[in-house]
Design a binder for this molecule. Structure first.
Ligand code: SF4
Ligand code: SF4
Length: 495
């Protein structure tokens, strides 16, 4: 069979495109948290077939190189082997780059935001006596749902980290928390089960229970038939021991396609008609946040939006919040502790406020925000967090937040940023390196930070002999080279 170099090139080009749309999309959705059993393997199989075919045609092409020339001009077997090997390597690298390109947004933005999910929100070392027995004292309307929700509400993603999660949850309800955020994929659905064991003895109408379109293994994939969505909801209802949930979110939504999946909409309408759910919501913190949030608002289908929101927020996000609120959507804030680097904040604590309380008051001072959701996983969270309920932001709070910002000034690399990446000729993932340094220093999670750093393709050792063209590339005035060298020193295992 006669195969030309152009033919080989076209074969690899097609494989790269399939790597992007097939394999890349498969990995993207897997990392994004989709239930693995629902991922579409068809495009991956097509990709695999083309990848194999490209390899075969490359080998045939290399073997036949020069076969149409006089015998004296035919390249040696070694030369054909080397040319074929180079073509194969180039093709594989191209396919790998195309696949990684599909996931770049996830690596750049979603992964860091997921990191912030596990905020190191340990409680104060020295809780003030006045915090003891704190209760919810303020409720705000959740958009046009008509429900008044506790301004500080419980996220249950880490509930199972408590030695007696049901007791902690029961106590939170007793103290007035009435908005409960859960999901089947929190602790393999154990969180929903624990909540259900408490809910069954409560006046259900006084509580606003929120879950997600998920199974215990991840999100229900867009395009799944309505029955699959409904089965996931039924499983949640069974674990929660209730006939209905008040709200169901499209969880960690990263694309308009998933947001507006007609099958999800159909399932929602059916469930609503059957009295199994009352409202539809979306939670999002992805590279496409602006697009997804905009589409959710414009669609008019969503009652609630859950967004990362903290002091010193991204200005465009404020516009999104305002527009959503104007359209009657309830806004629920999450990740309110701005990276949670408040371990070093205890020195600023006084009897009036703690960093967490100041941060919560700042979030709740926005009239467009209905409530904030924060993970409760220590008993002491009840006293410290709920003390901020109904309290206005004071000058002392602003001073604490300013001090926090001073503490992180020139060091806090924003999770959704990447403005400096183009300035590094070595393509070192500056934001990832600095984020791992933050885990090490701010979260006290040294082992995990070093593990993550070790997994980076390129590390900050490249900065040592670099002339630092990244200087001045950070709008936050981070001394990139200096911070990178410090990161490498801290995060590298020395034998
Ligand atoms: S100092 Fe480091 S981050 Fe800056 S340009 Fe050089 S290699 Fe890139
Ligand atoms: S160093 Fe600055 S520009 Fe670069 S990702 Fe971090 S915050 Fe953004």
């Amino acid at each position: 069979m006669k195969i030309s170099g152009i033919g080989v090139f076209i074969a690899w080009l097609i494989t790269m495109v399939l790597g992007y749309v097939g394999l890349g999309t498969y990995f993207y959705e897997m990392f994004e948290g989709m239930d693995p059993s629902m991922l579409s393997v068809g495009p991956v199989v097509v990709f695999a077939v083309f990848a194999l075919a490209s390899m075969v045609v490359t080998v045939i092409w290399a073997r036949n190189l020069g076969s149409d020339r006089p015998a004296a001009e035919v390249p040696s077997g070694r030369r054909r082997f080397l040319v074929g090997g180079a073509a194969l390597t180039g093709g594989v690298i191209g396919v790998g780059a195309a696949t990684a390109g599909r996931m770049s947004g996830w690596f750049r933005t979603t992964l860091p935001m997921m990191g912030e999910t596990s905020e190191a929100d340990s409680t104060s070392d020295s809780p003030h006596p006045s915090w003891k027995g704190s209760r919810i004292v303020s409720r705000k309307p959740l958009g046009s749902t008509g429900f008044m929700v506790s301004d500080i509400s419980i996220g249950t993603g880490r509930l199972m980290g408590h030695s007696d999660p049901e007791a902690l949850f029961r106590e939170a309800l007793d103290r007035g928390v009435n908005y409960i955020d859960t999901s089947p994929d929190y602790a393999g659905a154990k969180s929903e089960t624990a909540i259900g064991n408490v809910l069954k003895d409560r006046n259900r109408e006084e509580l606003f229970v929120v879950t997600k379109w998920c199974t215990s293994d991840g999100h229900v994939r867009h395009g799944s038939d309505p029955e699959t969505y409904l089965a996931a909801l039924d499983d949640s209802l069974s674990r929660l021991q209730t006939d209905y949930v008040d709200l169901i979110h499209v969880h960690a939504c990263d694309s308009v396609e998933r947001l507006l999946d007609p099958n999800m909409m159909k399932a929602f309408d059916m469930a609503k008609e059957q009295g199994k759910v009352r409202f539809l919501g979306v939670s999002t913190h992805t590279p496409n946040l602006e697009e997804v949030a905009g589409a959710a608002i414009d669609s008019g289908k969503f009652d609630v939006m859950m967004l990362a929101y903290h002091h010193g927020t991204w200005p465009k996000q404020q516009d999104i919040i305002d527009r959503a609120a104007e359209n009657g959507m309830g806004i629920v804030a999450m990740k309110t502790l701005k990276g949670a680097k408040h371990r070093g904040m205890m020195e600023f604590q006084n009897e009036e406020t703690s960093y967490t309380q100041a941060a919560f008051k700042w979030v709740n001072s926005n009239p467009a925000v209905s409530c904030l959701v924060i993970s409760f996983f220590e008993t002491a969270h009840l006293d410290e967090y709920l003390y901020a309920s109904g309290k206005s932001l004071t000058e002392a709070d602003v001073a604490v937040l300013d001090k926090y910002d001073e503490l992180i000034a020139g060091t806090h690399c924003f999770a959704s940023c990447g403005d400096c990446l183009g300035s590094c000729p070595e393509s070192v993932p500056i934001n990832d390196v600095l984020r791992h340094r933050m885990y090490f220093e701010g979260y006290g999670d040294e082992k995990e930070a070093m593990r993550l750093y070790a997994r980076l393709d390129k590390q900050a050792d490249r900065c040592v002999s670099c002339s630092a063209p990244c200087t001045g590339a950070c709008p936050q005035d981070i001394d990139i080279k200096g911070r990178m060298l410090g990161a490498h020193e801290r995060l590298t295992l020395v034998a």
